[in-house]
Design a binder for this molecule. Structure first.
Ligand code: ZN
Length: 685
């Protein structure tokens, strides 16, 4: 369901965590050894690697299970590339051929610029920035592209029969270089034709109006358990008529889906329980048919399985990249439980009903009975599809509202990924530059790890899961504002409780200051630092960023009369200072109440007004100042990961006797390896 996109990306965790670890229980051992997390930095990207703590303690069967699932997680990579843009696979294969075979000078300045472009494209799974969605414009010339093509092995280039390099370059050049062509992957700006204006590949030769009409006829508003209509297909035109092409075996992306199925079949033979085996079989059935009813059946089974040590995500799940918020990109992860750290999330879920009952929202929109919120802390063993190389830090699934209501959801915090972020960022100077004073820096150092972890847990475990819709409200009523509003609802739920004395009573916080640190971090980020990710003159587009900007600016404005939050200028630098934490808390509560009402009643106009008024625009002068301060620190605002290499050890009968973990520092090598060994789709789909 479109509005419940669950991947939380807390930018203060991604770019501000300088000290300690976001997870209070795992990092102790990690910080002590000499594991190097940093791999490389290019453009606005930092590449890290992550560790698999405790992997060697899994049983052989569990390791084998992880291995098969990890192969299923890599097998669908091409799907995402094609979904992001219809020429991405063609472009990637061209870049791979050049890297493989170019015989010209590889030490030239031009070639280095070309390689930076390549790394950015690999990172984004296509030629549009993974976060801002703008097309990358190459820093090398059109002529140099021709030099590269001519200097490479022609047999490796993805040329159609009879196509010369010159003609190919003629086609490719505007696709890569023309900044008005396919300029944005996702276009959601007000007034635009979101379908025609977006380069993502969910629609072809159809207008937004045609798509909306197509799906209006397919939805039954009276159905209490509606399938996620439109989730797994492309809408296009066949012989003049609008047609839906399903992602399934034998259909669109069938070749890659068959590979995924092959690995899932192996995984099913070593699943941890009958229940999990069944669940995988339903998933296979869904991949074979594309039947969304089976997808729901699968999610019901998956959400109900909360006991397994090893778990995974594999499917068409999140809808961020579809401008209309219906169609999902392919993603996969494989993970295993961090048993010790999961005790913290167990405390939260055990008190889920208390959180719901004491929430400041209108009583009629509270859940009488919070069902099945299962939460745990996990370690990632493999990232795939839309989770690679940029990984989420927390995930709450499934997305379908009715399954969340009737069966519940699973919520996870990614411990080893968070630890890598935090340890790799220690002492990078960011906090010192933007915190109001040394006292704040000290306090943040002391409490951030615990406050970050709890924010993620509250956001995922109870925030998204709370509240309910009024009877008859269309779950899609908030349209393109649904994602930022939903993230705001979960963030506010977390923020509201962070300074509640219940947190210390439950043993989640050492004392009340940890919650105040969360407020410092949130507002400093929402009012000032998150805009380091935005280019001068641009608006805020991304859902999580709109959410944080909206919340921060709203409470700042509403608290102005009482000076609750102050924006202070000192030596031409801007800082944020909170004067009254309790009043701030009640403002968070007030806004939560309003956003819950907006969601429950489907009040599109009110939701739109909040986001447009407080979440989109940036003060140009402040922006210039912040970018300047940030540039001096020489940091990258986005982070991604290379995967570990899982190596099965076989005996003479071909049985797996162990699975070894190797870590690599070769980002480009991993990308080339995946291109060679996990590519199953033609360049045109
Ligand atoms: Zn979220």
């Amino acid at each position: 369901m479109k509005l419940l996109s669950k991947i939380v990306i807390l930018s203060f965790m991604m770019i501000l965590t300088n000290y300690g670890c976001s997870n209070s229980t795992t990092p102790e051992t990690e910080a002590k050894d000499d594991f190097t997390y940093f791999v490389e930095q290019f453009g606005d990207i930092r590449i890290l690697k992550y560790r698999l703590p405790g992997f060697e303690d899994l049983s052989l069967q569990q390791k084998e299970y992880v291995y098969y699932l990890s192969q299923a997680a890599l097998a669908g990579r091409d799907i995402l590339w094609d979904q992001n843009f219809r020429y991405n696979l063609l472009i990637r294969k061209t870049l791979e051929a050049i890297i493989d075979s170019y015989s010209g000078d590889r030490n030239s300045a031009d070639y280095k610029v070309f390689m930076t472009y390549v790394k950015k494209v690999f990172f984004a799974n296509g030629i549009h920035h993974h976060y801002s969605s703008d097309k990358f414009i190459p820093g090398f010339s059109k002529e140099y592209l021709l030099t590269l093509l001519n200097g490479s092995d022609q047999s490796k280039l993805p040329l159609e029969p009879g196509l010369t390099v010159d003609k190919f370059a003629l086609f490719l050049t505007p696709v890569l270089f023309d900044d008005s062509l396919f300029a944005r992957k996702v276009e959601q700006r007000e007034g635009a034709d979101m379908v025609a204006g977006s380069a993502s590949n969910f629609y072809e030769q159809v207008t937004q109006k045609e798509v909306e009409e197509l799906y209006a006829g397919k939805k039954d508003p009276a159905d209490p358990r509606p399938v996620s209509t439109g989730l797994n297909s492309k809408v296009t035109r066949v012989k003049g008529k609008i047609a839906e092409e399903l992602y399934r075996s034998g259909g669109l992306y069938g070749a890659a889906i068959d590979e995924i199925i092959g690995w899932l079949l192996k995984a099913a033979t070593v699943a941890e329980s009958e229940m999990q085996k069944k669940e995988i079989e339903i998933l296979i059935d869904y991949y074979k048919t594309g039947d969304l009813g089976k997808w729901d059946d699968y999610n019901v089974a998956w959400a109900g399985n909360t006991q397994s040590m090893v778990d995974y995500i594999n499917g068409f799940i999140e809808t961020y990249e579809d401008p209309l918020g219906m169609k999902a990109t392919w993603e996969a992860i494989v993970n295993y439980t961090d048993v010790e750290a999961s005790k913290r999330t167990a405390v939260i879920t055990a008190n889920a009903q208390w959180f719901e009952d004491n929430s400041p929202i209108m009583p009629q929109y509270r859940k009488e009975k919070v069902t099945g919120v299962a939460a745990k802390v996990i370690n990632i063993a493999m990232l795939g599809g839309d989770c690679y190389p940029a990984s989420p830090l927390g995930i709450n699934l499934p997305n379908a509202d009715w399954i969340r209501r009737e069966v519940g959801s699973k919520s996870v915090t990614l411990a080893n990924i968070s630890a890598a972020y935090d340890i790799a960022s220690q002492g990078n100077g960011f906090l010192e530059e933007f915190a109001f004073n040394a006292g704040e820096v000290e306090r943040v150092k002391k409490y951030r790890s615990v406050s970050d972890a709890l924010h993620t847990d509250l956001h995922e475990c109870v925030g998204h899961a709370s509240g309910k819709l009024a009877e008859g409200t269309d779950p899609n009523a908030l349209k393109n504002y649904a994602s930022p509003l939903e993230e705001a609802r979960a963030d506010l739920f977390a923020l509201y409780y962070m300074t509640d004395k219940k947190m210390t009573e439950l043993g989640l916080f050492p004392d009340g200051q940890a919650g105040e640190v969360a407020y410092d971090d949130y507002l400093r980020n929402g009012l000032i630092t998150q805009i380091v990710r935005i280019k001068p003159g641009k608006d805020i587009e991304q859902a999580h960023m709109r959410c944080r900007s909206m919340i921060s600016h709203w409470v700042f404005e509403k608290g102005k009369a009482e000076n609750v939050v102050e924006v202070i200028s000192r030596d031409s630098k801007t800082y944020v200072k909170i004067n009254d934490y309790q009043k701030l808390r009640s403002l968070f509560g007030e806004l939560l109440k309003e956003i819950q009402r907006i969601k429950s009643e489907g009040d599109f106009e009110a939701g739109k007004k909040l986001i447009e008024e407080f979440g989109v625009k940036i003060d140009q002068q402040l922006h210039a100042e912040v970018l300047d301060r940030y540039a001096k620190l020489n940091l990258a605002p986005y982070t991604g990961f290379v995967n570990p290499v899982l190596l099965p050890v076989y005996d003479s009968d071909g049985r797996i006797t162990d699975v070894k973990v190797e870590y690599t520092d070769d980002y480009l090598g991993q990308m080339m390896n995946y291109g060679k060994n996990y590519s199953y789709l033609p360049t045109k789909n």
